[in-house]
Design a protein around this ligand. Sequence first.
Ligand SMILES: [Zn+2]
Ligand SMILES: [Zn+2]
Length: 342
Amino acid sequence: MKAMVLKRICDLKQTADPLELVELPEPVPKENEVKVRVKACGVCHTELDEIEGRTPPPRFPVVLGHQVVGEVVGWGKCVTRFRGGERVGVGWIHSACGKCAFCLREEENLCGSFRATGRDVNGGYAEYMTVPEDYAHPIPEIFTDAEAAPLLCAGAIGYRSLRLSGLKDGQSLGLTGFGASAHLVLMMVRHRYPLTRVYVFARSPSEREFALELGAVWAGDTGERPPEKLHTVIDTTPVWKPIVDALACLEPGGRLVINAIRKEDIDRDYLLKLDYPGHLWMEKEIKSVANVARRDIVEFLTLAGEIPIRPEVQEYPLEDANLALLELKQRRIRGAKVLKIG
Ligand SMILES: [Zn+2]
Ligand SMILES: [Zn+2]
């Protein structure tokens, strides 16, 4: 099968083509796994973190990709839920132990044995992949393969972020960064919390324009002050400045939710501007979002089908994965980038 593989950690400033197109043997499902023929795979900022070594894969070469939509075409002998032909999605969570305290309370995203699709095991930048049947999720019929792909990570983790924010209808929400995840959060909020006013902070004028089109009441550059204090802010940027700026915008008791697997080091010094009374005092809270649990994916797919949320997607052939990643790195983003495969 064709696959785009990562063979080593790279600096994307020095190399424009970190992934290599290779021929690999088709994977064979283990007894509890299904084999999926991949139709579409979303391109996520976390892939940049893997390539540049902020969350490095444990072994190479590895097939990246964790927003996978495809068809079940094979299964191991213990599989009971699938018999072939079903359309399924696979997200960032590939498996967890199933027995620890976190797993037992549906927080398998925090399990010590958490394994990530496209990092700890091969993912969807390929024609086929395998996944435990309990981690393959049915996709609502109304979505095309490409539309469904970004829902599996950007959407599911956006849903988890919104859950962890504790937002209630009518409370003001800020979004710092306006990429694949944030634009889906805005669509969800418009539906679930119609009285909530959403303020978007983004560097690029095109992202700010896009936010206003989707119903944000205000859009400004990072560092600008919105006309009211915010009850909660969800950060999806790869850097530090928006964190400090967001804390200054929170109302007393407000919460900042950081939806990022790692932060880049380029503006780490900005943290020294953190001022206790201005940024933290008055019971402000900071909470990070780690991975996704299965219920985030399942609940979000259902919600997305009901609303419905149709993400804006830009499609690329599998062979152009490097181009899609480079554009993501350069923040040439409108909606979500998706590889069309097969
Ligand atoms: Zn992702
Ligand atoms: Zn566990």
